[in-house]
Design a protein around this ligand. Structure first.
Ligand code: TGC
Ligand code: FAD
Length: 385
């Protein structure tokens, strides 16, 4: 879409080049596959090595562990472009990078980093992140999964629900309650007592794999305990901050795809002997869509620059995630309406983005939860319970 406020001027040349190469890749290799993948509800596994070749797994991590050493603005732009393709693709990259490689990098031992990160960067090992449970969603502190210390390791019991990549992952970053509080573990797919079930019949994120993780006296050796996860829930929340930042950019990528599709359609579609783009009420919708995209991009870019200076806070990230998801979902709904009946067809990208955004609005902290995080920051009063 048109760079209405000339925001490209605010980007470094290497950021623009990376953004443009990902955009080209998404247009050539991802977008054409999405309608069928959505209809068949199947993740295109053949894309994984290509995403790895683009350096998209662990983009911000140091090169010595297989990362690309990129800054947060570049990571944000990558999420935006990937989600112009489909939220499932951005989610796959977010989970691998922010929810799995990041905790291993931040809370793992040197051995764990060397063992897992380079292979994850190459896409040879796929990760998933297990925090949510059937009875613990917005309130992860109430989780029931336990980890009991035994000789040489830990015994995990419990289950995790709604886990992206759950049944295709080679390893899971799992958060469980120990006698000392919540801690993180790396659970490999072949560990005894660990099983997975795929969640079917989804009307959103159809391309993404979503699963349940079940632990029945699952033995996890000490080598797979994350030694830096001693901050408890806040260690898990620290991973969410990384992923939520990417979602703020990503959701706007989906909104851009909806806006672009609707603008083109409205210029070409004629009713009452005129292009529908020439009606005042239609222009009002298109202008509001464009406005919210530009505003969100300004917010995201400023947040990215702050994160690159080490000044970004989790409340700022909540503000951006909350704003982007709300506006992207509104834009997708407006765009859906502007296409009339065609708006519900997979021949156009809008209904796919719109149904995906229903999940993006909910996961990684619902809209209400982000209002409460920002509300606590500005008032000083906690209103979660
Ligand atoms: P609370 O007392 O507020 O906080 C506990 C400690 O954590 C600190 N903290 C954070 N630290 C880093 N990043 C954050 N985002 C943080 N939020 C809070 C906080 O300062 C405190 O530290 P300390 O040192 O004072 O102890 O904890 P609470 O139990 O009251 O809960 C707070 C709440 C509700 C905000 C939090 O639990 C929450 O964010 N709930 C939403 C749960 C959520 O987002 N789940 C996401 C699951 S993963 C997922 O959805 C993946 S989608 C996959 C994909 O992208 O495809
Ligand atoms: P609930 O917490 O039960 O919330 C239900 C409603 O109550 C919401 O509207 C919420 O805003 C509201 N509510 C709750 N508490 C409050 C409050 N204090 N004040 C006001 N309103 C409140 N989780 C993972 O751990 N890993 C994953 O990889 C993952 N992937 C996901 C992929 C998809 C496609 C989806 C849909 C979810 C995924 N999740 C994952 C789970 C996701 O993080 C949770 O669904 C989310 O945190 C909300 O939890 P919940 O569904 O239990 O809703």
């Amino acid at each position: 879409m048109e760079d209405f406020l000339l925001l490209d001027e605010q980007l470094l040349e290497e950021e623009r080049l990376m953004r443009d190469s990902i955009r080209e890749f998404v247009e050539e290799a991802i977008i054409p596959k999405m309608p069928e993948a959505c209809e068949k509800a199947k993740f295109p596994m053949e894309l994984i090595p290509k995403l790895a070749d683009m350096g998209l797994f662990g983009l911000t991590l140091p090169t010595e562990y297989g990362g690309a050493g990129a800054n947060y603005v570049t990571y944000g732009l990558a999420c935006q472009e990937l989600e112009r393709g489909d939220s499932s693709i951005r989610s796959f990259v977010s989970v691998q990078s922010s929810l799995c490689m990041y905790p291993i990098f931040s809370y793992g031992s040197e051995e764990q980093k060397k063992q897992f990160l380079p292979k994850m960067a190459k896409g040879e090992l796929i990760g998933c992140f297990g925090l949510t449970e059937a009875d613990a969603g917005s309130d992860p502190n109430s989780m029931k999964t336990t980890a009991k210390k035994v000789d040489g390791g830990w015994i995990l019991n419990g289950s995790k629900l709604w886990i992206t990549n759950g049944t295709i992952a080679d390893l899971a970053i799992v958060w469980a309650k120990t006698d000392q509080g919540i801690r993180g573990f790396i659970v490999e797919k072949n560990f005894k007592g660990f099983s997975r079930n795929e969640i079917k019949m989804k009307m959103s994120f159809r391309i993404s794999n979503t699963g349940e993780l079940v632990f029945s006296d699952c033995f996890v050796p000490d080598t797979h305990y994350l030694p830096g996860s001693g901050k408890g829930l806040s260690a898990a929340l620290g991973c969410l901050t990384q992923a939520r930042y990417g979602i703020a950019w990503g959701a706007i990528g989906a909104a851009m795809a909806c806006y672009e599709s609707a603008l083109l359609y409205c210029k070409e579609r004629h009713q009452f002997n005129r292009a529908i783009a020439s009606f005042q009420l239609v222009q009002k919708d298109l202008v509001n869509m464009c406005l919210e995209i530009v505003k969100a991009q300004c917010l995201n870019l400023q947040l990215g620059r702050l994160k690159d200076k080490g000044l970004g806070t989790f409340a700022m990230v909540s503000l951006a995630k909350m704003n982007a998801c709300k506006e992207a979902l509104n834009i997708a709904r407006l765009a859906r309406n502007l296409l009339g009946a065609n708006g519900i067809s997979l021949e156009y990208p809008i209904i796919r983005h719109m149904t995906n955004l229903e999940s993006v609005f909910t996961y990684e902290g619902t809209d209400n939860i982000h209002h409460l995080i920002v509300g606590k920051h500005i008032t000083g009063f906690e209103a979660f319970s």
